[in-house]
Design a protein around this ligand. Sequence first.
Ligand code: ATP
Length: 202
Amino acid sequence: MKIGVFGGTFNPPHIGHLNIAEGFQREFNLSKLMVIPTFVPPHKISPDLASAEDRIKMCELTFSSEYYEISDVESQRQGRSYTVDTLTELSKTYEDAEFYFLVGDDMLLSLHTWKDPERILELCKIVSTIRSDSYTVEDLEEYAKEYFPEAYEKGRFKFIYVPPIELSSTEIRERVKAGESIDDMVTEPVKDFIFARGLYCD
Ligand code: ATP
């Protein structure tokens, strides 16, 4: 069984996220794709940062096909979550699964700063997508080869090209604050949810 894992703050989840998740699913024919909103310390919850409950709800309203599973494994954990711990936990729950961990190019390029990246690469294959015109697949391959030569040789890195939708959660929050339209940037139900809950408007 192939399980995809897609972590992020998802504050809020947007169609750029959905776009890469769909491309990921198509490319690897995953049995399921677990969407995992990260924990945010309670004292950091602010008008700019929705609560874990709201972010989980918005993920459900974005990733609605049957192969998505929204997981609260990180957001409910007390304290900061590390990818290596989450993958260790998932690999105990799904013993025979092969894990594919999806990241955008910016996240991939910080992999060497994560906790225990070598162990992460044993627990899963890392699948990186191109997020904008800033990087090419060659740039990402160079990075992987330089920092993690062994894992690279073993084929633990995969690169997929999904035509990028250049969009960020930051841009959406700024537009909400400025009273500008976010149509077509988030799904319709997420848009309704943001306005109904008064998120991101101070
Ligand atoms: P923020 O603007 O608040 O930093 P974000 O839009 O980068 O948020 P995250 O929740 O931090 O969203 O992203 C989760 C993952 O999705 C990361 O791996 C990130 O690189 C990737 N990602 C986010 N937006 C896009 C996009 N438009 N295209 C491809 N990947 C994306």
